[in-house]
Design a protein around this ligand. Structure first.
Ligand code: FES
Length: 130
């Protein structure tokens, strides 16, 4: 079966529900694009994506938020929204973030992943694709 929308495999399984009611294995599943391009084109890896991913994973663990029914932090390849990079996306909500530094990640963890409140100021503009 082919996948659509460049959605990471784990995101598809994370949002599966046998009754269609939208129950998710993880409450919030965040994917960080860590894609690196060697040809000089813009990519998330050259804009601090790995450090942001590492920081997010550490903070989620420190706060005791990781695990089934809670939060999962995963790597992803190019999510095709490079113009907004570095980017991360939270499922099942489908909330896209463009971040700059670890303080932005702290805000996403505290506000969205811990308390379920979207960080409006960090949302990726809807028109930004590749
Ligand atoms: S390189 Fe990160 S979204 Fe494409």
């Amino acid at each position: 079966m082919s996948q659509s929308n460049n959605l990471p495999t784990e995101a598809l399984s994370a949002s599966h529900s046998s009754d269609g009611a939208g129950t998710s294995y993880y409450k919030h599943h965040i994917f960080f694009c860590l894609n690196e391009r060697k040809n000089g084109e813009a990519c998330c890896a050259l804009q601090g994506a790995q450090a942001a991913f590492d920081h997010c994973k550490s903070r989620v663990k420190e706060l005791g938020l990781s695990g089934p029914g809670q939060v999962r932090v995963n790597k992803a390849g190019c999510l095709d929204r490079c113009a907004g990079g570095p980017v991360a996306v939270v499922y099942p909500e489908g909330t896209w973030y463009s971040f700059v530094d670890t303080s932005d990640i702290d805000e996403i963890v505290e506000s969205h992943l811990k308390n379920g409140q979207v960080v409006e100021r960090l949302l990726t503009p809807p028109n930004l694709g590749r």
